[in-house]
Design a binder for this molecule. Structure first.
Ligand code: IPE
Ligand code: IPE
Ligand code: MG
Length: 252
């Protein structure tokens, strides 16, 4: 699919790479007088359904923001409940994802997640490594700035080792060292929960994403919302810096 190549104007029918900021779990719970962790639990169901729908729709790559580097600032009980939920979900869902030919990858500051979760992550990645269906990336303890700093550090290490000259550092060098260096950039970013911000998600990779904001709280996110996001995407003209006239001339 060509929608991600700079220079191609018309959005393909289905975005190749979809990134999602799954926001609104706490408010969903609050409206039901439930504790915040009940909202996170309900959010897992919405994530499962979004994964299925994206896989069936022909999306090649789905990146879900599950826990940001800034979310460590939340109350200790909420962070603890989230980490326990991640362990439980991995335990419960990995086999099913594997049966559905989904390849799992986790991006973020892995050591900060603790040994138990890091072990589950490594096992899930190893089990699904050769799958050829949907690429499912889960961002945990992830920050876009952290990602860029890590990439810069790796490039600097190569310079220090004499493998790379500073003059040869290019966008491709940095991209290649990012957590999603081998994925095409997201074509579509969806943020639920009504906020219109990026919250330090894939800062580099989202440079040319189409952005769909919806007030729907993440646990309520349904196939109807995915349809709305995909039709919004289909209506965009992706210009990548060119003019509409240039693109129209090319498509004649
Ligand atoms: C997103 O929902 C999930 C995480 C950040 C882990 P929130 O927990 O931010 O929900 P709201 O924004 O408070 O409603
Ligand atoms: C962004 O949501 C992170 C995730 C969805 C995991 P937040 O709710 O943490 O975002 P801010 O802090 O309100 O911007
Ligand atoms: Mg939030």
């Amino acid at each position: 699919m060509s929608a991600t190549s700079p220079g191609v104007s018309i959005s393909s029918a289905v975005p190749e790479h979809v990134a999602v900021i799954m926001d609104g779990n706490g408010r969903w719970a609050g409206r039901r007088a439930l504790p915040r962790h009940a909202g996170h639990k309900a959010g897992v169901k919405a994530a499962r359904s979004a994964v299925e729908t994206c896989a069936e729709s022909g999306v090649k790559c789905l990146t879900l923001f599950a826990f940001s580097s800034e979310n460590w600032r939340r109350p200790r009980e909420e962070v603890g409940a989230l980490m326990a939920l991640f362990v439980e979900v991995l335990k419960r869902e990995t086999e099913e994802l594997h049966r559905n030919n989904i390849r799992l990858r986790f991006i973020g500051d892995r050591p900060s997640l603790g040994k138990r979760l890091a072990q589950r992550i490594a096992a899930a990645e190893a089990l699904t490594a050769d799958n050829t269906g949907l690429d499912l990336n889960v961002a945990m303890a992830y920050g876009g700035r952290w990602d860029i700093v890590e990439a810069a550090r790796r490039a600097a290490e190569r310079v220090a080792a004499g493998e790379l000259s500073p003059a040869d550092i290019s966008e491709e060098t940095i991209r290649g060292h990012l957590a999603l260096g081998d994925c095409p950039d997201p074509d579509l970013l969806i943020r639920t929960g009504g906020e219109h911000r990026i919250s330090n998600f894939l800062l580099w990779n989202l440079a040319y994403a189409e952005v769909f904001f919806t007030p729907t709280l993440w646990p309520d996110f349904s196939n109807a919302d995915i349809d709305a996001a995909f039709s919004f995407y289909r209506e965009r003209q992706r210009r990548f810096g060119r003019t509409a006239e240039q693109l129209e001339a090319r498509s004649c």
